[in-house]
Design a protein around this ligand. Sequence first.
Ligand code: CO
Length: 159
Amino acid sequence: MATRNIVKIGDPILRKTSREVKVFDKRLHVLLDDMLETMRKADGVGLAAPQVGILKRVVVIEIGDLLLEMVNPVIVSQEGEQTGAEGCLSVPMQQGEVTRPMKVKVEYQDRNGDGYELEGEELLARAICHELDHLDGHLYTDIATRTWAYDPSGNEDRK
Ligand code: CO
């Protein structure tokens, strides 16, 4: 595994539409492994492939003990509403207030191409919506009702 550079806001790659994954090979597995390591190193709860410069419909999410590797994810239904703070590894030192569904149902494939369906609520629903938006070139800043400066560590020396 290796960490990859996280693309930051302003880079046009973040605005492109990612392609569906059709080949579930070693290359995809390496991408997923690298994305997980990159996300963990950056203390994120989610990362989408375009954020490491790869325009494939691939995201990783880790919330507590739940680790999700989602390939070709699609939100098939959503319910309710939640408004809260959101951040993005591609938008450093900032958070914003974003309204998302309270609950979503998502269909996706795993790294081997097997299909799954999952229901997520609250933070998981927010993370799924946020990461899937990246696959279509959308950032939370596009829909945030307000944004503010935020330092996740409170430490100026954070790498
Ligand atoms: Co993001």
